[in-house]
Structure formats: C-alpha cells, structure tokens
Design a protein. Structure first.
Lengths: 338, 337
C-alpha cells in the first residue's frame, strides 16, 4: 500500500501492530489479605504435558509477539534435565515443543551438552537472552540468545563452575550488561549468597559485588534470584527464593527485595517474611517436596499487575499474582534492612 | 522542533555471537519493501579484528520498530582484491523496482581508527607517490550495489572520482527531468575557489550516475553547530518537496542532524532548512562508543504520517528517532520565511 510519494507507507502500523495479549490475571480471592495469591488454575502446566516429561517446572516465560513464549525445564523420563521452548496465546495454556532446545554455536569447545535447568529469559535491546544452570564440568551459568524461540545461539558460560540462578537485568546498567548469580558448590548446596556481576560484551564478566546473604528463618540456608528484576521508580524489584533447612530437608519460599537502580548491589528493602511458601498440596508433594521456586514474572505497567511463574515441588509449573504497589508497600512494612 | 528518540533505543546492538558484527552495528539505511510488506534495514557492521573489517548486514521489521536480523552472515563484505577494503555507510533507494545501494568504501581496511595510529596492530599499507592518492591516503569513495530483491547483490562499480575523497553520495529515488540526481560531499572542495569554507553538500544531474563530472554547490555550513556538512538520508518525496536530512560536524566535533526541503522539480532550490539541529548526541548510545558524540542517519521511512529516522549512534549502535512528518514539513516551510 504505497502512495506515489517515495518510501511512504499508509496503513502499515495499523495492520501490523496488534495489541499484545493481556498477562494472566485473577483478582485477589475474597478474604485473602496476602500480598501474593495463587492462581485457582494451579498447576497451570502439569508434569506430563509432554508424553516424554517426568516433570515441567522452574520455567521462564516472556511476552512474545502477540502472545507469550518461554523456555521450560522439562526433566524427561530418564530423569535427564532438559530445556524446551514453548508458545502460548494467553500465558496459561502452553504448547511446549516436544524436542529439547538444540543450541547453535560457533565454538566446539563449549558445544558438549551435559544438562541445563532452571532457565530465565530476558529481553535486552533487540533479542531474548536465556540464562540457565548449565553443565560444564559442574553447574555454571550458560548464556544463549534467540529472536524467535526457534533458533537459539549459544554464547558462552558466564562463570566458572560452580554457580546457579543467573538472572540478567533487562537493560544495561552504567553501560554494561548486568547479572545476578549465586556461586556455590557441586552438590546440594548448603550455602549461597546473591552476587552482582557486569560485562561489556556478554562474555567477560567481572566487577563482582555482593548483594545479599542469608538471614535467619525462611532464608537461613541459601538464597537465589528468581525472575528478571522489574524496574520501578524506587529501584529494581527482585523476587528471590530463600531456603530453610528443616529436620525434613530444604524448604524453598519466595520473598522480595528492592535494589538500587544504578548500584543494584545496594539493597534498599528486603522482606523479613516470605511472600509465598509451600503450603498447597502441589507445592508440598512431588519429586522434591516443599518447594516454590519463581523463575519469571510478567508485569503489566498500566495496571501494575504482576503474574509470577514458579515451579512447585520440582514437578509442576504454577502461577501467583500480585500488584506492584502492594508488594512495594508490604516490602516497606516488612523490611528487615536497617 | 526536535526528533523524538525511540524509548527502546538502541534497536540493534553489536552481536557477540557473530564475529563480523560483534563490535559495531551502526549507520543504518532503510527502505519499505512493498513486495514483502516490511522495512528492510541495511547496517554497517564490524567485529573486533585489528583491520577493523567493515561489512553490511540486513535486518527487517514489520512495524518499523522491532527488527530481526536476516542472517548470521553479512550481505556484502570487503573485496580487497578489487580495492574495496572497507564497506561503510549504506544508502538505499528503489528506482523503477531496482534497489540501488550506495556505500562509502576505502581501498583498504581502516584499522582501529578510534585508537592512536602508533598503538594499532594494523594500519593501511603505505604507497609511493606514483600510486593514486585514494590509495596513498586510503581515502573514501562511493560504490554502488544493485539488487532486485535484497537477496542477490551485484557490485556495479564506483560513482566517484578517485582523485579526491567523496563519500555521502546519495541517489534521489526518482529521475528529475530525465536525469539521475545525486548528492555528493567532496572532502577537499573547501576554500575560496569552491565558495565554501568547509566541505559541503553538492548536487549533480547526470545520465550515468557519474555525477562527479559536474557538481554544483547545494548547501554549506551556515550555523554555529555546522562546519562540515553532508547528506545523510535518501531524499523522500513529499507533497511539499524533497525532504533531505543532513549531518553537520561542529567545532566541538559532534555530529548533529539537520533537515532541508528541496524543490521537487529543481532540487537546487532550497525551500526550507533547519536553523537549529533536530537531533544531537546526548544518550549513552550516542556518546559512548567508538566515536563519542555522533548521531548519523542513513535511512528514513514515512509510516502512517510519522517520519522514522534510522541513525547510527556513537559509531556503534542502530537507533531510531521519529517525528510527525507534517510537523517537520510545516516547520521547514516556515523556516524559510
């Protein structure tokens, strides 16, 4: 539809820019006063959505095109940890690809696939970056990018082993890419703090800064960043998981913190109480009991709504909801940073 | 009147996964391709090699904002054996269905021009006085690529005189009075005998696109933010004249953007021109890169009444700024009075 004027188009934007689908949402249940509440449709992704899957959990979703896309942790029936891409029109009903993601790469040295789990997906500038716990002689942070969730290009591991829970910031900070991670050990990690690192080129990571460590109670054993931080006027809202060691093993809960916008290793507020802890059957019973583990959050700026995706009991994927201003209010009221 | 930056700038950044574009993606040109109903964007790209080899890459968009790279390989790369050592700053037009892409070239790769020559691992080779000046000084000329579909490209030769530096050569997307019309920026044509103190914008009308044989001075630096000026974007035909964005380098060595409106039938006639710049380097992606302080458009498209200006930031990023086309044309028309 060109006019006789050069390089002038009428009707392109109207035809091509369709409004994106609304993020999943359910109002707070009557009688509930918590800052975060669960979806009535939980678990939104059952463990056997794929015929080959043992469990689908700890997965990351983002807005994509007119709907949503994501990278999913799908442990198969051999109990190998794999990642699959998936698409959804509404963010709730998912079409997960039956084949695991096979990364394209330039460097044979890093091409050997051992395992990958707990992905996060982050849009930065012009593409989606995926970070995950990647097997390279021990767990570390793998990085790849994609434009379409069909082709994934492997870049390189951000760190030496052992590291987990690599979570990128959605824009450069002070001119550099920024990532949170949780260095630890090669086994079931009875310790771990959140650190901040930056990189000029997505390959070389440095200027590591300690962000925060464990605290007594629900976050006594180890902590790790969850979804991509949400930028607010007051700071970066970070949902994270904290682990308590009980006489029956680890208990994974979710809390929040607010990090300084330009110096995200400075913690402004941090929850003393958890926002969500394993209490429902699907969180308490499964391959690993007593786990809620957030890996993604969709934020709708105009309404302030947030949909948090979390893995439950290392078995299924669930949704929880909250509102940005209410979480910030709760965070201030429940703050444990002096 | 100013251009508004797109909030998600930069729209393309260096891609660490492809060596040829891992350091630089900048100075983009753009055209609406009616056949595929998308905006095609061709950008200058380079990796982190000591020669600083510069290529052209291709990305496309359905809406003018979100661009997707079309290949992990460049669409055109230097041909050192043909003395095309560096391929820079593309400008695309479509004329009678054929795409014409002019590009600045140098006989040899430039090396890392942003660091001191004696600190580089490589500098362009030296030649004796018997060699052409363009080789001795690794000057810029302008080459031409032709393509029916932006898939197959044919290098059609050079459009400039090898005796002097002439980049920023831009073809009008329509013949006027049966002639090709081209903008030029001969670097050495400055001084009393040329009627301009600093390098300026020249225009030519030709039968063969070899406009250098007869250049006429079109416009020169006039205001305090302008010294050297040169054409930036392929002229857009509007109902009120040809819209041409140009770049101006000031005393502070910042590259800024201005605009002029040329008469449709006689483009030597300037109907309006911005007294102040439309865009100047300000954001980190414009002042922190390989050249600190440059906004350099090479392409523009009008989509639903909005002018989309695609520009390079800091010799490193591809960025977008927009304005209402009517507002800019009103502004230019009133500026002449």
């Amino acid at each position: 539809m060109t006019s006789k004027l050069t390089n002038t188009i009428n009707g392109l934007a109207k035809e091509k820019v369709k409004p994106s689908a609304p993020i999943p949402w359910e109002d707070r249940p009557v009688g509930c006063s918590d800052a975060v509440w669960r979806s009535r449709r939980n678990p939104v992704i059952p463990r056997d959505l794929l015929p080959t899957s043992n469990s689908i959990f700890n997965s990351a979703v983002v807005r994509f095109g007119e709907g949503f896309a994501g990278v999913f942790r799908c442990d198969d029936k051999r109990r190998y940890m794999q990642m699959h891409s998936g698409f959804s029109k509404d963010g709730v009903n998912w079409d997960i690809r039956p084949e695991r993601i096979k990364f394209k790469y330039n460097d044979d040295d890093i091409s050997q696939w051992e395992f990958g789990y707990d992905p996060r997906v982050c849009w930065i500038e012009d593409r989606y970056y995926v970070t995950w716990c990647n097997g390279y002689h021990g767990p570390t942070i793998g990085i790849a990018y994609t434009y379409n969730f069909e082709d994934f290009y492997l870049i390189d591991n951000a760190f030496l082993p052992f590291n987990r829970n690599g979570v990128m910031f959605p824009r450069k900070i002070n001119g550099e890419y920024a990532m949170l991670s949780r260095p630890s050990d090669n086994s079931h990690t009875p310790f771990g703090d959140i650190f901040y690192s930056q990189s000029p080129n997505m390959i070389h990571w440095g200027r590591h800064r300690h962000v925060m460590g464990t605290l007594p109670g629900w976050q006594m054993t180890k902590i790790g960043a969850g979804p991509i931080p949400i930028e607010t006027k007051e700071g970066w809202l970070l949902f994270y998981h904290g682990v308590l060691t009980s006489c029956n093993g680890f208990v994974y809960s979710m809390g929040a913190a607010l990090l300084d916008l330009e110096k995200p290793w400075k913690v402004i507020y941090r929850n003393a109480s958890y926002l969500l802890s394993p209490q429902k059957d699907y969180e308490c019973v499964g391959d690993v009991p007593n786990v809620v583990f957030p890996c993604a959050a969709l934020y709708d700026k105009p309404t302030g709504r947030i949909a948090v995706y979390y893995g439950a009991a290392d078995t299924v994927t669930c949704l929880a909801f909250c509102k940005l201003n209410e979480v910030l209010e709760f965070l201030k009221a429940d703050n444990c940073i002096v | 009147m100013k251009l508004n930056r797109y909030e998600k700038n930069p729209i393309l950044s260096p891609n660490p996964a492809n060596e040829w574009e891992s350091l630089v993606t900048t100075n983009p040109t753009a055209w609406y391709d009616a056949k595929s109903n998308e905006i095609k964007l061709i950008y200058r790209a380079a990796g982190n090699d000591s020669l600083h080899t510069i290529h052209l890459g291709l990305a496309t968009s359905k809406n003018g904002y979100d661009f997707t790279r079309q290949s992990d390989a460049p669409i055109f790369s230097p041909v050192p054996d043909a003395n095309l050592g560096s391929i820079e700053d593309p400008r695309i037009i479509q004329l009678d269905g054929l795409f014409y892409i002019t590009f600045a070239y140098r006989p040899f790769a430039p090396g890392k021009y942003w660091i001191k020559p004696d600190e580089r691992d490589y500098n362009a080779p030296a030649f004796g006085a018997e060699y052409p000046r363009i080789m001795r000084e690794n000057l810029s000329g302008t080459g031409l690529l032709l393509s029916p579909d932006l898939k197959q490209f044919t290098y059609a030769g050079n459009l400039t005189n090898p005796a002097y530096d002439d980049r920023d050569v831009i073809i009008f997307p329509e013949k006027i009075g049966g002639k090709y019309v081209t903008l030029h920026r001969p670097m050495e044509w400055a001084g009393k005998e040329y009627g301009t103190e600093y390098p300026a914008m020249w225009i030519a009308f030709s039968d063969d696109l070899l406009g250098w044989k007869d250049l006429k001075l079109l416009a020169k630096g006039k205001y305090d933010w302008e010294r050297k000026i040169g054409g930036s974007t392929p002229p857009l035909k509007t109902d009120r004249g040809w819209l041409v964005l140009y770049h101006a380098v000031g005393e502070d060595n910042f590259y800024r953007v201005g605009a002029m409106l040329l008469d449709l039938d006689d483009p030597l006639k300037i109907l309006g021109r911005t007294k102040d710049w439309l865009l100047e380097p300000q954001e980190s992606y414009e002042i922190e890169g390989l050249y600190n302080g440059v906004v350099f458009p090479c392409g523009n498209v009008i989509i639903d009444g909005t002018l989309f200006v695609y520009y390079g930031g800091a010799d490193k990023y591809v960025c977008l700024a927009t304005c209402k086309i009517d507002e800019l044309l009103d502004f230019l028309c009133s500026s002449s009075k």
